[in-house]
Design a protein around this ligand. Sequence first.
Ligand SMILES: Nc1ncnc2c1ncn2[C@@H]1O[C@H](COP(=O)(O)OP(=O)(O)OP(=O)(O)O)[C@@H](O)[C@H]1O
Ligand SMILES: [Mg+2]
Length: 492
Amino acid sequence: MKMMSEMWTTMGSTLASFMFLWTIMRQYCPYGVQRFLEKYTHRIMSYFSPYIRISFHEYMGDRLKRSEAYGAVEAYLSANTSKSAKRLKAEMGKDSSNLVLTMDEYERVTDEHEGVKVWWVCSKVMSPTRSSMSYYPEQERRFYKLTFHNKYREVITESYLEHVMREGKEIRLRNRQRKLYTNSPGYKWPSYKQTMWSHIVFEHPATFETMALEPEKKKEIIEDLVTFSKSKDFYARIGKAWKRGYLLHGPPGTGKSTMIAAMANLLAYDVYDLELTAVKDNTELRKLLIETTSKSIIVIEDIDCSLDLTGQRKKKTEKLLSDEETDKDVVVGRKEGKEEGGSGSRVTLSGLLNFIDGIWSACGGERLIVFTTNYVEKLDPALIRRGRMDKHIQLSYCTFDGFKVLANNYLKLQTHPLFDTIKRLIGEAKITPADVAENLMPKSPLDDPHKCLSNLIEALEKAAKTEELEQSCAIQHEELLQQNGSIKENGE
Ligand SMILES: Nc1ncnc2c1ncn2[C@@H]1O[C@H](COP(=O)(O)OP(=O)(O)OP(=O)(O)O)[C@@H](O)[C@H]1O
Ligand SMILES: [Mg+2]
């Protein structure tokens, strides 16, 4: 009996070794031969072998999305088996401060769980590109293969795999280096690059603490964000996808982009900065969405000038509009000539609405979608209605509270005799936090806090005068219009 079991064990491990060798050899065979040999060897081997194999492929579902299980296995093996592996790959880890070692291709390691031995192999196959005319190399399909004895099937499938997934996910979260993604134009997907997004390490220092904002507003936004990030069960219970839309609107330089960075830092999310004008059409927009990962913020800056999203509706209602109104619509989205030149994008309003709350938007989960604009009144109401853009945040001119935060940030001042003058002037002038910040910035090593505050007072006085002038012009204009109106009425 013992001899029999030894014979099976020997045969099993011989077959496992053969499989391992085969994995290495097959990269040198033509694809057709590979497929043929693979099919029959697998059939014969599985007939005799007492071993079970489970594969974890990097991409599932026609390469739409990187498999989370693969990522978890990779992280788990990197932490648990890098000591026993002989060939390793090194990558920069979190904060670029440490190296993370993972198994190199075709490397095999062993692991043990509850006294059961398992083998892991990191491998890849080449799959041909769809077009025979393609210049680009074949696509690599990477996978991890787990091998274990049949008699431990229950332990492995019920306990070991759960342990690997749980530990792998925790390690990934710990080692996660946050990223700033962009959909760069110019690259073709999927033949050249493996993903549609390019990324760099996200390292923006903005926090809510350093933001010039009224304390109550700040508190409300922070609470809203934190509540969202802890509401997985709540969203599941009410049957809603775990995502939330924020619309940040206000004049230039009031901190919209800064707030996005602060949000990302608060929740430790990645940022996907979506350049809509570089998206070819709705299909490409959907692909981009599917490739985003959980715990992320998808940002569309200056949504009003990304695309002429009112275009379709405009055509339908063109005849109903006066010339003046049509002109206004055409002007929508023209900011600093960003739209000029024609992006060639055919993303439509309905494509964008689908992006925000269509069925596909639910995959991934734990996501914020943030739009920023300087002209909220020019956006299509459908785009920003509650449910799509759940929270509207208006960022406005600097208040005294905002100034105090900036004075503390820039000059480390909590109080100063000039604060009273600033308090009086800041109520009269329209000045953005960006302008206040610029004035508080020392321009030479000799600039002390007093000098910086005096600069700010000067700027505030100038802004207050401009404001006064604009108001009196507006009053005169109003009076003239009223006079014209009464002349016309009398004439009739
Ligand atoms: N509320 C704020 N708190 C702290 N700093 C601010 C704030 N608003 C603006 N700033 C400063 O001004 C600079 C410009 O701000 P930011 O880019 O966030 O403005 P914005 O609202 O996104 O402008 P735009 O509409 O032109 O994109 C930032 O680098 C930041 O230093
Ligand atoms: Mg901005």
